[in-house]
Structures are given as C-alpha cells and as structure tokens.
Write a protein that binds this ligand. Sequence first.
Ligand code: PBG
Ligand code: ZN
Length: 333
Amino acid sequence: MIIKVKKRDKMEFPVTRMRRLRKNQNIRTILTETKLNPEDFIYPLFIKEGLVDGQKEHINTMPGQYRYSLNDAVEEGSKLEEIGLSSVILFGMPLIKDEKGSMAYNKDGIVQQAVRKFKEETDLVVITDVCMCQYTSHGHCGIIREDEILNDETLNYLSKIALSHAEAGADIVAPSDMMDGRVASIRKTLDLNGYYDTIIMSYSAKYASSFYAPFRDAVCSTPCFGDRKTYQMSTSNSQEAIRETKMDIEEGADIVMVKPAMPCLDIIKLVKDEFKMPTAAYQVSGEYAMLRASIDAGYLTSDSIYESLLSIKRAGADLIITHFAPEFLEGCI
Ligand code: PBG
Ligand code: ZN
C-alpha cells in the first residue's frame, strides 16, 4: 500500500525529529560541519625597538598580550610553532617617528630585522602589516598636508614599505592602510624588483571600527588629529565592501581580508560568497579585550572564545588573525 504523503508534511514532526541528530556527543561529533584547525590561525606579534630581551611589556588594554623585543618575539614564535602555529603577522614599534614614517621602510627597521630572524630561525609563514601609522609622528596611515591624508602621495611610501619587507624575506605583505590603488602600486613595485612570488593579503574591507582602540594603545598609533573615517569604511555599509574587495582583487590581491571579524560576520559571508577568494578575517584587539575581560571577570567561560572563532570560520573565513591562537593551540579552549 502506498501512503500518499502531502508535500508539506514531509519535513514535519513527528516524522522528522531534529533532536535525533543531537542525541549524544558521538552523533554530534560525526555531524560537525565546521571545525577549527591549528593552521587556521595567524598570531599577531608586537615587536618594540629598543626593548631589552627578557623584559616583555604587558599591554594593559589586552590582558595576556605583550610587546616583545626582537629576540623575545622570535623565541615566542618558535615556542608556538612547536605546538602547531603556522603563521605570524608582525607589527613594529620604532624608536623614532617622523612625518613620513621613514623607519617603516628602512632596511634595518625593527620589522625588517624581525622578518630576517624569523625566516632564519623558524619555518613560520611570515606576514607583515604594511602601514605607516606606527611610524608617523601624526599617527595617520599616510602622508598628510594640512590635516588632509593624501592618497596618491602615500602609495609610493606603502610600496617602499612592502618592498623592504619582501627584501627581508616576508612571505606575505598585508597592506592595512585603505588608500585607493595601493594593491596595484605594491604589486607593480614587487614585480619590478623580482618579487613576483611575494603574496599580497590586502585588508580589503577594513572598517573604521571602535574595536581597534586597544591596538592603538598597544602600539601608540592613535592619530593626533581627526580620525580614520576618510580612509577606513563606514560601519553602516556592506555594498561598499564588495566594491573595495573587487578592486583589490583586480589590482592583484591574492588573499582578501575583512576586519573586524565578529562585528562583520555578514561581510565575511558576503565577500566569500561573492568572490570565492582565500579570505581572512581579523579578530581585532577590541574583540580580544572584550572576551578576555569577561572571562577574567567570570561573566563568561572560555568556551566563548571557541564559539567566537567558530562563528568567524562558519561565516566563510579560511584564515583568522587572532590573539587567542596560543590558547587554541595549548588546548585551553
Ligand atoms: C593599522 C592597523 C590597525 C590594526 C591593524 N593594523 C588599526 C588601525 O586602523 O588603527 C587593528 C588591529 C587590532 O585592533 O587588533 N593600520
Ligand atoms: Zn595604519
């Protein structure tokens, strides 16, 4: 006998019971869609010129994170490599800042030295943040004239910075400034100098987010006038993220990035679905601080870290830059 099932009944209770698939841990385990792996994570390291070895500085707005001397940063990186870290992104803090951020492209600058040492002593994938704000006396991500951040004048500087990182041996350069045309300019400069294999991971959809505050405190890069809203994207816009990302891809970006991560899960999904590019997401300092403080205060458990990282991967990120990388690798979360 054939019982005719009405179409709309097919998915309905009591025939379909969603809880069957959640019955016990083993069942749930074999049905897990999204998994986090050690190689998903990129760990940000802050390297401060002039710091004495063995005297890392605690960053108060990011409990558990430090500014390291050059040698200590490499040591920290190798320690984490032993427990499964595959990649780091390096941020430098120079002793001297000037109007044009000249220490950012000095071949003996702190990042250039660090890249060389990381490449000598580890097998980590070395990524460098390409920007000017830690190196300029005014704290903006570009060249300024009378309180205006000049786009085209900045491109030459960004290209020089990226080239100096490539010359030091960086595997990936990551421009985070949000000037128009910077990916094309960097690609051209790298290619002209024979660095056609240096990868560009562009901060393609980078929002003018309040979640960067602890980072700026950590590396002393708060702009001394105005804000970054003439170059970083408005947090109210999502279509603009598509246009920004499309331009970066057309200009030669190999990996695209969305930043911040948790406040932009919709953008990560949009970008991944639209372009199918290797996509990174940056779980920024404020996201770290927010979770860390709540966990330290006992308001949340450390499971919230895992869940936050999972949400970023589920949204479509292939790579996650996060200060929680060590905790994941140590199996604490
Ligand atoms: C600099 C830069 C910023 C971050 C990475 N590179 C901050 C900014 O735009 O001021 C943010 C990282 C974080 O908050 O963790 N262009
Ligand atoms: Zn910057």
